[in-house]
Design a protein around this ligand. Structure first.
Ligand code: FPP
Length: 259
């Protein structure tokens, strides 16, 4: 049976095999924070002789399925790398298209997110985002502010090295103006200067499309995360794949440097 062809969440008619898997996974601790590098949209489109943006559009639909399953599994935070500070180098038509996706996604699915108690957040540099993109995200953040289910955190115009450099600059300013003593600076305090302040570090990082690299994503925050890579292209990423990643995570022993 092809699970990725099923409209699982639309009709709430999970197949019994998938439902059993979900129940089994929920018997063990699930990762609290899952971060995903959603890669392979362009290749997915190329394989079908479609324009690259068709891959991004298909990828947007997978964002919905993944969000709904993560929420059902009791994952607390799902961070999705949607656009990096380096992605501005792409052709203008592709950048413009990606910048319209949050509006389309939230325009269609915000009521469903609200209904399912999902809270929308974002990390990344807001200033360079087009007004229409930022407005869509801010509206969603506002309308889901009081929800306490899954946090759906979009990393949009996000770059980890710049985030770290900016955090260092803020630390310097705070030590100069007396808000922070340099002796007080430790890992926890430094984390509070990052865009992810208030978020737990990801427990599990997933990257699709067969690339084995971090691409400037959450370099500080992923220090002790488990990594799961798959050759599956993001538009083909199904509920089955997320469950498989979590099953693998549940079998791993995390030692955080201990024995
Ligand atoms: C990387 O694949 C993907 C992106 C840079 C864009 C990701 C965006 C989405 C999945 C949609 C986001 C949806 C919302 C709601 C914001 P690639 O284009 O680098 O693929 P390739 O390596 O095969 O060329």
């Amino acid at each position: 049976m092809m699970f990725n062809k099923m409209k699982l969440w639309k009709n709430q008619n999970n197949s019994s095999i998938l439902r059993d898997k979900i129940n089994k996974i929920k018997e063990l601790p699930v990762p609290e924070h899952v971060a995903i590098i959603m890669d392979g949209n362009g290749r997915w489109a190329k394989k079908r002789a479609l324009p690259r943006v068709a891959g991004h559009h298909e990828g947007m639909k997978v964002v919905r399925k993944t969000t709904m399953l993560a929420n059902e599994l009791g994952i607390k935070t799902l961070t999705l790398y949607a656009f990096s500070t380096e992605n501005w180098k792409r052709p203008k038509n592709e950048v413009d298209y990606i910048m319209k996706l949050p509006e389309e996604f939230l325009g269609t699915f915000l009521p469903e997110l609200v209904e399912n108690n999902v809270q929308v957040k974002m990390i990344g540099y807001k200033d360079q985002l087009p007004g229409h993109t930022l407005r869509a995200i801010e509206k969603a953040m506002d309308q889901t502010r009081n929800n306490n289910g899954l946090v759906l955190n979009f990393a949009l115009n996000y770059g980890s090295r710049l985030e770290i450099v900016d955090a260092v600059k803020k630390v310097i300013i705070d030590t100069q103006n007396g808000k922070l003593q340099s002796s007080e600076l430790d890992e926890q305090v430094f984390s509070s200067y990052l865009m992810t302040a208030g978020f737990a570090d990801p427990d599990l990082l997933i990257r699709t499309s067969g690339e084995i690299r971090l691409s400037n994503f959450m370099l500080w925050q992923l220090a002790y995360s488990e990594f799961w890579f798959t050759d599956v292209l993001w538009p083909d990423f199904s509920e089955e794949h997320l469950l498989e990643a979590i099953e693998v995570f549940q079998k791993r022993q995390r030692r955080f440097g201990g024995i």
